[in-house]
Design a protein around this ligand. Sequence first.
Ligand SMILES: *[C@@H]1O[C@H](CO)[C@@H](O)[C@H](O)[C@H]1NC(C)=O
Length: 288
Amino acid sequence: MDEKNNVHELKVLERDSRSNNLVPFRQEFRVHGFDIYYDDLDPNELTLMFVNHQRTGSGISIFTHRLGTTYIQHVDTVKSPLLPSPNDVVATSRRTFYATNDMRHASGVMRRIEILFGMPWGHIVYYGPGGVFSKARTGISYPNGIARSADGELIYAVASSEPSISAFKADEDGVLSLVSKKEFRGFVPDNVSVDDVSGSLLVAGFLNTFEMFRYNREVLRGTDARPAGSVRRLSLSSDGRTGFVEESVLSHDGTLLPSTTMAVIQRRNGIKRMLLGSVMADHIAICN
Ligand SMILES: *[C@@H]1O[C@H](CO)[C@@H](O)[C@H](O)[C@H]1NC(C)=O
């Protein structure tokens, strides 16, 4: 990517079928997890996939972006009954993806029961090349962040209520089978990112879940809750079979960035740093 040409804001556009002009995207755009994909065919054309919580039902909205332009262009928004409560998405090609569905119920009392009792009712859905949704993996307790290894061989998914992270391999139909799994103690993982250079994973999450629930409940009205967080680095042996090695990279009391849900490694001009983000915050934190 061109480092000099920093784009600060991207317009969200779609092609009007009648006039053939690019116009502002007319659908609702309420974003949750997203992913960016590119391949060797044309590395200057990025595909962006967003979990889009439209009030008429959640879907995955797919856009393209040409480097150097100032907009993303809508390609398709796909929905399915197999996508009841999408949380995060990972693209596996320009038109295929996996998405986590954290719960079976999108709202109401059953959703509260699912949260409270950590029911293993979440699943990972696959959207394949034929434009068809299928269940790739079921019986997961609150599947949350999802990511893909740099070589595309492994899919990593967090189960927040278990709490654990698993590495999966896909068969030709997109069905995921377990390769390796790491359970956490005293740590509720939220999101995962892959450091493409080292191959290791960064998992961000919480050390105190009750404080996290209180924060999420109260944050819009103002809260003194400060959910303590942690970032764990996991390294997987090359064949994945001997499991993950876990290290703690950072622990914080929540004042740095309340409700830190993600950590990613940024490498740029020889400088390596860690960026922390939160679904609830309007800023990020940078750690040298
Ligand atoms: C989770 O982290 C990935 C980076 O690996 C990011 O693309 C995605 O948007 C994040 N999801 C959420 C819900 O924050």
